[in-house]
Design a protein around this ligand. Structure first.
Ligand SMILES: C[S@@+](CC[C@H](N)C(=O)[O-])C[C@H]1O[C@@H](n2cnc3c(N)ncnc32)[C@H](O)[C@@H]1O
Length: 309
């Protein structure tokens, strides 16, 4: 059972398509060519430093999430996974889309991503330029699906959405962005975690992280509802990962708040804190030290329609 991952579908919708397209070439010529897709270079640096911990401890996403999203794009030629990290979403998309491009501002994250024949990983500097978009992702109206997994809250949204609307096929192109919130393990572990989260981690969260606290309910998302939906979400899914105590602590260390504290010379996982987690972890009724951590996943999904940017 070690390292196995399971996932389950909680909620989903279907979608509607229409036609037409608008060019953004002029708008893009007007752009300086150096607009940023990321809110802060400092935040990107945090993900460079914890890349290995991130790859080792973060959950994969449930298969149903991808089949649901893919059911909303009429063709499955090209998907762009932005902030792909170590390719968690890109790998699943590669089973459905002919070609996947995973971009990230962290080369270190990309180095840890699983290589697949139909996935191309591209390092895109922050700020990402128009040239990068055209040459590393594709020309105007060429992408079926844009995905952003656990990264949208770090982006400069107006600029990013302008790029998304330009590169998506119109009107059918879809953007799907999701985040997951803190894992639930067991009443005893969760109670230690909740106190640790409130007292130790919270002071070190970047304000952008509040959008995740809010399950992406309040994140700006200027797209049309897909067929069968009255709104663009959030729609809730769930994913699970089997973890031992060390995996769980690695998960905590991979978080941006932990990294920020560390940069300020503060070790949040002090010996007494680890001891509390250790006591709460214990063993389950089968004597196993491994537990299933359940992560709620919140999806925003929309189609580009006849958007002009
Ligand atoms: C929390 S991680 C998510 C990684 C992965 N998508 C996942 O689901 O686990 C956020 C990722 O966004 C990347 N990122 C931040 N700003 C970026 C930008 N402007 N362009 C591309 N990637 C960026 C970071 O390097 C990091 O890999």
């Amino acid at each position: 059972m070690r390292n196995s991952r399971k996932a389950g579908f909680v909620y989903g919708v279907a979608m509607l398509f229409d036609s037409g397209s608008k060019s953004l070439t002029e708008a893009y010529s007007a752009m300086s060519g150096t607009k940023s897709v990321l809110m802060s270079g400092d935040m990107a640096d945090l993900f460079v430093k914890q890349a290995k911990q991130y790859a080792d401890s973060r959950p994969n996403y449930p298969p149903h999430l991808f089949t649901f999203i893919a059911s909303k794009t009429p063709s499955h030629q090209l998907a762009w996974d932005v902030g792909t990290g170590s390719g968690q979403a890109a790998q699943s998309l590669a089973e459905i889309y002919e070609k996947v491009i995973g971009t990230d501002s962290s080369e270190k994250q990309l180095e840890l991503a699983a290589k697949l024949p139909n996935v191309r990983y591209e390092h895109t500097p922050s700020p990402m330029s128009t040239w990068d978009l055209q040459h590393k992702v594709g020309p105007e109206g060429s992408v079926d699906l844009v995905t952003v997994a656990q990264a949208l809250h770090w982006f400069d949204l107006p600029t990013f959405y302008e790029q998304v609307k330009w590169v998506l096929k119109k009107p059918h192109g879809v953007i799907a962005a999701w985040c997951y919130n803190v894992p639930r393990v067991s009443p005893s572990v969760d109670s230690v975690f909740d106190e640790f989260y409130a007292v130790e981690l919270t002071p070190y969260w970047d304000p952008a992280r509040l959008l995740v606290e809010n399950n992406y309910r309040s994140i700006e998302f200027p797209f049309e509802a897909v067929e069968g939906a009255q709104h663009t979400g959030p729609f809730e899914f769930v994913t699970e990962r089997e973890m031992g105590l060390e995996d769980y602590l690695t998960y905590i260390r991979s978080g941006s708040a932990y990294q920020t504290a560390k940069e300020k010379g503060v070790e949040l996982l002090r010996e007494d804190v680890v001891h509390r987690f250790k006591s709460a972890w214990g063993e389950d009724e089968h004597g196993s030290h491994f537990k299933i951590a359940t992560f709620p996943v919140y999806l925003r999904i929309g189609k580009v329609g006849h958007a002009s940017t």
